[in-house]
Design a protein around this ligand. Structure first.
Ligand SMILES: [Zn+2]
Length: 340
């Protein structure tokens, strides 16, 4: 292969298939859903669960989000996919109030899709398997400051909504703040059953378990006085992270997971403003473990250094908005297998 030819294929953006990665055309402002589809594709455990679902009893196929997701993820794997394999999926979302032609928030759409998968799959066992893939179990503890009585509640999240500080921050810093105790006073006072009135309290959140796929939402959109603005500040995040080292103090006494090492496999990037923007994704391809950048129909190979440009700050074009980590170190991730 001549150098010129090599340069011409390595530097251009390639439409459609590229080493197992496939671009998705923009159809009525679908960049947000296109980006989420790339991250779902990179979360191959999801496709494998959907592949086990027969879906034979689904009546209104065009409105069924899990069925259309199963089909589009399968088409993205195919060597000969149809022209726009995501159209039917976009229309199924449209019939479930995630409208075509509108700007969306990626984290909201991500959670809505998971919710629709849970409710529209007739195989409840598989629906639960998908939920468990993302399920972060937490214990909320509320201690009344007046009488010291404690109320606890076990619940779960499907992505961690992390508050972002406007100066430089890091994923580890955002997570530590998320699990720090907060005092709730004034209008935030909660009802205490023993005091029989609303009282000031201390609220704490501890982790009961971490999922196979940990989704993190960096809350870069902030409301103030009715306006929403975007925080383009720098937030660093590592390619691999060991949560038993970074947020060990957030683990509940019932937390008994040995492997807390995670590897990043997808980053949802937002560029633009709160009122108008564009979504793209960095995703790690399953077999080669290389990073790719997907911007609607354009896909190109990327380096970890390029992914790091989405940290933000320094007027960078796009900033990381959601991060998806998979349990296991890089070496483990290279072995295609379903984690439970
Ligand atoms: Zn009390």
């Amino acid at each position: 292969m001549s150098w010129t030819f090599y340069r011409s294929i390595s530097s251009r953006c390639i439409r459609d298939s590229y080493f197992g990665m496939r671009g998705l055309s923009n159809h009525q402002l679908s960049c947000c859903v296109n980006t989420l589809l790339q991250t779902f594709y990179a979360t191959w455990e999801l496709g494998e669960i959907l592949d086990k679902w027969e879906a034979a009893a689904v009546k209104e196929e065009s409105c069924n989000v899990p069925l259309q997701l199963k089909r589009v993820l399968s088409a993205m794997k195919s060597d000969t996919p149809p022209q726009a394999p995501h159209r039917a999926f976009l229309h199924s979302l449209n019939s479930n109030r995630i409208r075509l032609g509108s700007q969306h928030d990626a984290d909201e759409v991500f959670l809505s899709i998971l919710n629709l998968l849970h409710h529209q799959m007739d195989d409840k066992h598989l629906a639960l398997e998908i939920q468990n893939l993302y399920k972060i179990s937490v214990e909320t503890c509320l201690q009344c400051i007046d009488c010291s009585s404690v109320q606890t509640l076990n619940t779960y999240l499907l992505s961690l909504p992390l508050h972002v500080k406007e100066d430089h921050d890091s994923l580890e810093g955002c997570m530590t703040s998320f699990f720090e105790h907060q005092e709730l006073r004034g209008i935030d006072c909660c009802f205490c059953a023993r005091c029989e009135k609303k009282t000031p309290s201390k609220k704490g959140l501890t982790l009961l378990s971490l999922p196979c796929i940990l989704s993190v939402h960096l809350k870069r959109f902030r409301n103030s006085n009715g306006d929403t603005r975007k925080l383009d500040c720098r937030i660093t995040f590592p390619e691999t992270i060991d949560f038993s080292e970074t947020v060990k103090e957030a683990f509940s006494s019932d937390f008994n997971q040995n492997d807390c090492k995670y590897t990043l496999h997808a980053v949802v990037v937002h560029s633009g403003y709160a009122s108008f923007g564009h979504y793209t994704a960095y995703v790690r391809e399953r077999r080669s473990q290389r990073w790719y950048y997907a911007d609607d129909s354009h896909v190109h190979q990327a380096s970890w250094e390029e992914v790091q440009r989405s940290y933000g700050g320094n007027h960078s074009r796009g900033t990381a908005y959601m991060l998806m980590y998979r349990r296991g170190s890089k070496e483990v991730v290279q072995q295609p297998q379903l984690c439970g």
